[in-house]
Design a protein around this ligand. Sequence first.
Ligand SMILES: *[C@@H]1O[C@H](CO)[C@@H](O)[C@H](O)[C@H]1NC(C)=O
Ligand SMILES: *[C@@H]1O[C@H](CO)[C@@H](O)[C@H](O)[C@H]1NC(C)=O
Ligand SMILES: *[C@@H]1O[C@H](CO)[C@@H](O)[C@H](O)[C@H]1NC(C)=O
Ligand SMILES: *[C@@H]1O[C@H](CO)[C@@H](O)[C@H](O)[C@H]1NC(C)=O
Ligand SMILES: *[C@@H]1O[C@H](CO)[C@@H](O)[C@H](O)[C@H]1NC(C)=O
Ligand SMILES: *[C@@H]1O[C@H](CO)[C@@H](O)[C@H](O)[C@H]1NC(C)=O
Ligand SMILES: *[C@@H]1O[C@H](CO)[C@@H](O)[C@H](O)[C@H]1NC(C)=O
Ligand SMILES: *[C@@H]1O[C@H](CO)[C@@H](O)[C@H](O)[C@H]1NC(C)=O
Ligand SMILES: *[C@@H]1O[C@H](CO)[C@@H](O)[C@H](O)[C@H]1NC(C)=O
Ligand SMILES: *[C@@H]1O[C@H](CO)[C@@H](O)[C@H](O)[C@H]1NC(C)=O
Ligand SMILES: *[C@@H]1O[C@H](CO)[C@@H](O)[C@H](O)[C@H]1NC(C)=O
Length: 550
Amino acid sequence: MHLHLAIIFCLLCGSSQAATYVGGVLLTNTVWSSAGSANPYYLTQDVQVPRNVTLTIQAGVVIDFTQGDFEILVKGYLKVEGTSSQKVTFQGGSGSDLKYMLKFQSTRLPLTSIRYAQFKGPKSAVQITNAAPGLQQNTGKLVIESSIFSDGTTISANGIYPRANYSSVPSMEYLSCSFSQTTVSSINADSEPIRILNSKIFYGIFSPPANNEGIQIENSTLRNSTVSYDRESGGPSIFRLNTSDVTNLTISYSNAFSYLATFVVGQSVIRDLNIAAGTSFLSLMLAEIILEDSSIYNATTSYIKTNYWYSSPPSPKISIRNCKFTLGNLALTLTMRYYEHSVSIFNSVLTKVNITASSTNDLGPNYAIRFFDMRNVSFTDGVIYLPYHQAQIVYSTITLRSPLTINGASTILCSSIGRSGSIAQANSLGVDAAGLSLSRSTIKNFDIGLRVRPVSLYAVNISQTNFQSNTQYNIDNKGTYDVLATGNYWGTSNAATVTSKINDYWDNINYGEVFYNNFTASPLAAETGCAAFDENQYTTTTRSPYYWKK
Ligand SMILES: *[C@@H]1O[C@H](CO)[C@@H](O)[C@H](O)[C@H]1NC(C)=O
Ligand SMILES: *[C@@H]1O[C@H](CO)[C@@H](O)[C@H](O)[C@H]1NC(C)=O
Ligand SMILES: *[C@@H]1O[C@H](CO)[C@@H](O)[C@H](O)[C@H]1NC(C)=O
Ligand SMILES: *[C@@H]1O[C@H](CO)[C@@H](O)[C@H](O)[C@H]1NC(C)=O
Ligand SMILES: *[C@@H]1O[C@H](CO)[C@@H](O)[C@H](O)[C@H]1NC(C)=O
Ligand SMILES: *[C@@H]1O[C@H](CO)[C@@H](O)[C@H](O)[C@H]1NC(C)=O
Ligand SMILES: *[C@@H]1O[C@H](CO)[C@@H](O)[C@H](O)[C@H]1NC(C)=O
Ligand SMILES: *[C@@H]1O[C@H](CO)[C@@H](O)[C@H](O)[C@H]1NC(C)=O
Ligand SMILES: *[C@@H]1O[C@H](CO)[C@@H](O)[C@H](O)[C@H]1NC(C)=O
Ligand SMILES: *[C@@H]1O[C@H](CO)[C@@H](O)[C@H](O)[C@H]1NC(C)=O
Ligand SMILES: *[C@@H]1O[C@H](CO)[C@@H](O)[C@H](O)[C@H]1NC(C)=O
């Protein structure tokens, strides 16, 4: 059935109230212009642009959706030809409307062009969507340039393209646009990619349940925006930022089942990042947070939980590489039974950052899985508190505001661990560990350098390490087992002082002994004598599959 084409000029109105009423199927190529008293164009029903028909909307045209919940449905082609001084305006309608102003379906998207348009919400602005299986689907990329989205409007990728059926799916790209109070949403797990480039986003809301390319923002400015992992999704829900400048970004996980939430940042600057998960057991079953080649200032997380349903081999759940990260409080809840390398920090400079995971993993307090992997990091004036987790710290320089607390069979190699100048030496403790292999490192400037609680014979083994300027003890053995400490420098050439700064069996026979044979009379090269750092020397961490894709 054909809807009839209705274009009625309001001839009886005064010129200031002139208007055009539009609706129905456009059977031939049609041009809407702002000439004379044509504006505004009121939709009195859906406007439908069938295949092979082009609707051209010229500069200055105002299209109004106040008459009802109507849409412009494009299966043919749309040319929106605004100019910087004379935009094409889409306005009116209500936030409760179900239809979007523009909907693209079964069309060759590259033959549509939209330039200098202005979409005023709260009615939703633009969506692309699939057609029923077997019908012509959208193909190619819809490009929207130099346009403005505002007042609570929405843009969406709404298609369902099972990747098994479609090797490539269409996409939407926004170039040099400005978004204010706009929701950007990939509605379904298999929805089309949305890319935003060279744009400005204020008070944006991103809803990224799509699993493949996701929502990608590049070379853009974001202010006061939120990424809301708010839908149940069986896949990774990808949001990516690259080469962008961000201030005040909140990541929230509102749905109890928003597991697999992937947040990837590359080559960007972020200030005031707040990752605020829900607090229910089920919320955020698995977050993957990747920060790379970026500068981060002031990041807070609460209740980040990484859990055990995941790919094999495991990839890091929180990965910070080549970043400069200043001022942060990463509070983690980690209940990982099977996955190693859950937090990895490589080749980065962290200043005033606190990393804490106060809860046990789900195998209990005495089962510490490999969790924290720090390599070639300068970590200044911060906190590392992981009382139930195992750490590997290599080639790093650390100054601490509170004891570096680790469990399991942890490793510290070729590193320097000292006290932050911001805390007093009196009553300070450097490292608090259960099992520890400590080698070619320096522990300095604490009241007690190292407190250990070995859970088996030689679970603590210390070699080629300097203990320097620790006032009370270099090592305090609070476990029942003996500690092996071979070939270390104890901060003095005086044998009696070496002994007096070791607190062990010979001070209280409830505790194990510290065997400190072959000690040296002068400082060792320790970490400064280590061969140059070579990342490949250590157990490799599988890289996340969710890096930037184009
Ligand atoms: C569209 O128009 C082209 C020629 O311009 C024609 O070859 C084609 O059959 C038309 N397609 C449809 C679906 O009408
Ligand atoms: C995908 O392909 C399968 C079988 O090949 C078919 O049953 C299903 O309907 C297709 N789905 C879509 C959305 O095209
Ligand atoms: C980044 O965006 C700005 C506009 O905000 C533009 O002038 C510049 O050319 C873009 N850079 C690249 C590499 O695309
Ligand atoms: C951060 O952005 C949110 C909106 O996402 C806004 O409500 C809040 O006031 C902003 N905070 C600051 C400090 O700018
Ligand atoms: C961000 O929000 C704060 C607080 O509401 C406001 O003062 C500031 O102007 C906003 N920034 C932008 C760029 O909109
Ligand atoms: C850090 O960011 C939070 C919002 O996440 C803000 O409330 C706080 O004022 C910021 N602190 C500094 C020192 O910038
Ligand atoms: C880090 O922890 C220290 C010591 O507990 C505290 O003084 C500081 O405020 C914390 N920093 C942040 C950014 O939360
Ligand atoms: C170690 O990290 C620094 C950044 O702090 C980086 O410049 C350097 O290249 C890294 N070294 C290696 C061998 O990767
Ligand atoms: C202690 O550590 C050194 C150096 O890493 C190693 O050669 C030695 O085998 C270890 N001893 C024990 C008992 O683990
Ligand atoms: C004694 O300690 C020094 C310095 O750590 C080391 O180079 C040497 O191999 C050690 N000798 C023995 C026999 O352990
Ligand atoms: C950011 O983009 C660059 C260039 O496309 C790419 O090489 C890099 O891997 C991206 N970063 C992330 C974290 O995806």
